[in-house]
Structure formats: structure tokens, C-alpha cells
Unconditional design. Sequence first.
Length: 582
Amino acid sequence: MAASAPDTDAPAPDAGSDPAAAMPSLEEMQHWTWVMGRMQQMMMQQGLAALPTVPGINDPATLERLDDFWTDSLNLWQRFLTPAGDGEAAPASPPPDRRFRADAWREPAFDMIRQSYVMIADHMLRGVDAVEGIDPKQKEQLRFATQTLVDAMSPTNFPWTNPEVIARTVETRGENLMKGLQHMMADMGRGQLTHTDGNVFEVGRNLATTPGQVVKRTELYELIQYAPATETVFATPLVIFPPWINRFYILDLTPEKSFIRWAVEQGLTVFMVSWRSADASMKDVTWDDYVRAQIDAVETVRALLDVPSVHTIGYCVAGTTLAATLAVLAAQDRAEAVASATFFTAQVDFADAGDLKHFVDDEQLKMLATLSPEGFLDGRYMAATFNLLRGRDLIWNYVTNNYLLGKDYAPFDLLHWNGDTTNLPSKWHLSYLTDLYRDNLLVRPGALSIDGTPLDLTRVTTPAYVQAGREDHIAPAESVWKVTGQFTGPLRFILAGSGHIAGVVNPPSLGKYQYWTNESGAGSLAEFIAGATETKGSWWPDWLAWIAARSGERIAADGARQPGEGALPALCPAPGDYVRTR
């Protein structure tokens, strides 16, 4: 729809000797703005109409959206040419955008830049949503790519369109740009974007400091046993499987954030698996090896403490693997070895696995194979992928602050962990993306097997505690929920506030976020939420009450409950050697 021409009934100015008299009136400026915009619109429409019809380029629906774009563009210009209080009321303010929170973005010139960007971004994304005739998966990929482009073209990311950078450059006489260039060159040298001051944190000094000992080491993992902090402990111990995509100490950050330290202080005997970062010697490692390692860790702890069963936790990909481990044990009539299984943001059904699915089509899988000539994938590639999933926060925010404004990096333990990358065995990684993300085979009984044992998740009757993050962009809550339709044993599902990391690492002492429970049962996540009860703060106490009810009596924390005092000698102090291997 074309824009309407503004009224232009005012007489032409008298061009006399007074230069001010020759200046066009406001009405004329509005008129000529409309004329030039309309002419440009007409020429573009004519050119597009002369081309063969291409969906999404010059089909009737796209041309109509182009009319809408030009109308919004002209309206935007006319609002800036109209004095405050004149004409139509300004449109309602959009939701706050942290990128434009500085007062300088409200100055006329930069406000125009900001609003133009917002308008263009909105039309680009609406254009993708309106495209018809393509596969839903392709449409989602197109929208993700468009959002990535929209975030990249923000005026905050360029020094000449960001008023904060301009002011900072004038103030420091360019020192900010020099410092930012140093930051950028350092990142280029290490092949990874920096998020925090790398000199503040050190594993074993102020991260991963919960006391313990490595009591077993294999080619794939170290087993850490933590020292008890109470005189008595629950009889049933806990074995934690972290994702091997990252370092285990996400669950043992600074002492006040450490899940491991908190669990030990509640009277649990805690064991942690610390995975080895892959190198060329691990080129033949497959998913079978990780399942076998989980079973080996379970059996090692059972034998060490002489207990019939253990509690387990699987985080993210290790949770997916824990589900396979439980299926293997069930098929082999050994399910009693695991008393319970807790899943932190773990998926088993990948039909709606979120934005990561955009990276698992055939072409990208072929490209990924070329990045692993020595049999392992450099962890920096995975780090870049995860950063891209939240590009506005994890890429462009740092480009602006640290490259353009030249700010120093703020210390942040979680971001230090995020940048502490781990290499992955390429054969396993490709099969994981293919079999699970692309083909979704784990939820098809018998479609996958481990060491010849077919996997059938419906045979798993182990009591399960399933945690999902409401804002999780890596393992969406809707996807995590699907495990409730697979396992057939008793299951408790809780929905935690925040996302993939903060939704898990949320100690009670901080009093942050909330979680939702539904004791009446639900057939879908939407139904769960509709009938849920919200509880402020951390969900950890809820989990502890659930786990304590399945942990037997408390016993003295002596003998083999002390690291190195049982049949397995202490090899080295926690956090061990593998967590430091690069």
C-alpha cells in the first residue's frame, strides 16, 4: 500500500534578499520527502515487476510487504520532520533494548539511526515469517540466519553509528580504539572470543576447590571422590556425569556457587567424573565408550563403598547418555545398580531440539568432518557455535564493549568456564549429531544399540528427577519435557527459571529465580505450566528432599567414605589432571 501525500496548501516562500526566506517550509520538506521516497518506491516496484516471479523476491505478497516497508520508512522520516506535539501521536515505545539504553541514543540523529534499524530488522524478520512454500525446517533456518544478520548489522556494532563509541573516542583521543584493537588481535591469536579476564580465575585456586581426591583414572575419565563435610552421610552415594563438551567444574565454580560443595554439605557422598579432552589418540572413541564409562563408574563406586546402588546425575549430553546407560542396564536386568537418575536440561527426543538443529543438515555435517583431520574437533569450534546461538549477548556485546569502547574485561567465573574449551572425539561427535539431532533415533526402540544391546527407553523404570530451564536455548524446556513420555518409572519434573546454565547453577543462598512444580500430573508442558505452583528461589532443596527419601539411613563418614581410605588409593588431589589438559 503506497503512502498518501501530505497536504501542501501553504504558499511558496518569497525568495528575496533574506536568505532565511529562501528556506523551504516544514510542509515543503515533508512534501519533498514523500515525493522522493515515492519515486524510489515506484522505480523499485517497476524493476521487480519486470523480473520473472520469484517467491520471496517479487511475488505479489512480497511486493505488498515492500509497500508496507516504504510506508513505514516515509512515516518515520515525517515523524522526524514534524516538531514535537504536531501531527499524529508517535507509536508506542518498543520493549527496552539494552543495546540502546544510553541517553545518547535519544538524540535526534542517533534516534533516527536506531529507529531505522529497528524498523528494517522488524521487516526482515516479518518477511521471513511470511514466506510460504518452503519446508518448516528450512524456514526456521532462514529465520535463524536472518536474526543472526539482524544482530550483526546493529548500529551499536560500528564506531561511526554508535554515539557512545564516538564520545569515548573523542574523550580518550582514540585510546579506546587502540586498546580495542589489542583485544581483537589477542583474540585472533588465540582463535577465540574473550569474555572475561583470564588472569582472575584458576582451576584449583578459586574454581573447583571442593576438597577431594582422584581415586581412579582411565583413558577416558578421572573419578573424583569428595571428602565428606558431615560426621554422617546418606548410605546411597551420588555419581555425577557432566557434559564432556565442557569442563566438569560448572558444578564446582566459586565455593558459594558450587553444587558439589553444597551437596557434600547436605550429607551426600559425591563422586564426579572428569572427562578427558580429546586428542588424536581418541579418534576411534564412540558413544559406546561413554556409555561404557558411565557403567564402569557406577560399578566402581558400588564396589568401593559396598553398596547395592548409587544415585546418578547427567547434565545435558551426559544426561542423554545416562538415559542410554539406564536402557542398557534395564535390557541386561541390572537396573537395580542405579537407585535414581537426575537429569539436568537433558534431551532424549530431539524432534524440537532448538536452534542447534540449524547446524546439523547434511552439508554442515560434511563441513564439520573436514575440521577434524586428526580425529578430534577443536573445542573452539563448539564454543563459537554456542556463542552464535546467543550472538547478541555473547558476540556483539563484547565487540562493542571490548573492541570499540576499549573496556577492560570484567571477572566472571561462569564466563571463564564458558571459554575453557574441551576437544571432542570427531567420530563420536558426528554420530551424535547424525543419530540424535538429525535422525532422532534414540526414541525409536531398537534403532540404536550399545555394544550390541538395543536401546529401548520405555524399559527404563528407574526413579527419575527431570529439571528443565524455562529460558533454555540449548535444550528447550519443551524438548526436555518429552522424556516424560519415554520412561515408565516414577518421575518428578520441575521447571526452573532462567536457562541452560543459570537455571541449574542456582544455589539457595543467592535467593534468585524460581521453579515450578505440578503435583497433579500433566500431559504436556503447557498443561504442566497451567496448573503449576511457583516457588521462589532455588530448586536444589526440592531435589534434596526427593533424593533423601531414596538414600537410606545415614551412616558414619569413615573408612571408604574418606577419599583414598578404601580399596582405591588417592592418585592426586581434586580437581585432578584431566580438567587442566588442553
